[in-house]
Design a protein around this ligand. Structure first.
Ligand SMILES: [Zn+2]
Length: 255
């Protein structure tokens, strides 16, 4: 039992002093499409599907992966950042080396994030996603001082009492039951809540962390047709009039 006390104290401190609560509800509900790492197909294919409906997404870039290839296909190149930006998409932050944020010494984590932001050139991400969803109260409290929002992979809608340091999200993976995606959109619309989808590659034969082209088209069409606001994270935060982070330490760029 005593072993639980430090964690409970940490959790209590986080909730009292560091969580950044906002009412994530809006009149119409909101849907964001986000991509982690990110594979080139997320922009070339996924971005084109969004753009065809005049929609935009958020791309959380891990610069250490740029120009490499893996099970999700080729990852973005630095030119892709410009393409994404010109198309109106948002560039978000991830760690440089795609290391998980939980359990890292504070300085090592901030240094890795700072390295990512330097490598992204002129792009200064205001929103972050935790690689592999790995986070804890210490990390959430730390990064919540540097970013407008941090997104995890805990499933659910963001509604009343949403914590900007621990935004919930729903995996848009082809291996998951399809109906759930459409149910989430309908529920976000009904509750006026904020639904954030995340995926990686968008391809005919996606990786198990990706989404097929056909499914992505149908889910985007459903979100678009639902009457919900469909927009990148930055635009949804603006619509919610979310508070800016209280930067009490040097930004990650200088860490
Ligand atoms: Zn990732």
């Amino acid at each position: 039992m005593s072993a639980l006390i430090p964690w409970r104290l940490r959790a209590a401190f986080y909730r009292l002093a560091q969580a950044r609560r906002v009412n994530g509800c809006s009149r119409t509900g909101m849907v964001s499409f986000t991509f982690d790492d990110f594979p080139r197909s997320a922009l070339e294919v996924g971005g084109a599907i969004l753009a065809a409906k005049r929609l935009r997404g958020t791309y959380y870039a891990s610069a250490g992966l740029a120009g490499t290839a893996g099970p999700m296909g080729p990852l973005f190149t630095m030119d892709d950042l410009d393409r994404a930006d010109h198309a109106g998409h948002e560039i978000g932050g991830h760690t440089f080396s795609h290391v998980g944020a939980a359990g890292l010494p504070k300085q090592a984590l901030l240094a890795d994030i700072g390295r990512n932001q330097q490598a992204l050139g002129g792009f200064v991400p205001r929103n972050f996603s935790y690689p592999m969803g790995l986070t804890d109260f210490t990390v959430a409290g730390l990064l919540g001082r540097h970013f407008d929002s941090c997104r995890g992979i805990a499933a659910g809608l963001n509604g009343e009492g949403t914590d900007l340091n621990l935004l919930k999200a729903v995996a848009l993976y082809s291996g998951h039951p399809e109906q759930g995606f459409f149910d989430h959109i309908a529920e976000a619309r009904r509750q006026g809540a904020w639904l954030i989808f995340y995926t990686h590659d968008v391809a005919d034969s996606p990786s198990r962390f990706g989404c097929s082209i056909d499914l992505f088209e149908r889910v985007v069409a459903a979100a678009h047709g639902s009457g919900a606001m469909v927009a990148p994270i930055r635009d949804c935060l603006a619509a919610l009039a979310a508070p800016a982070p209280l930067v009490s330490e040097p930004s990650p760029q200088t860490a």
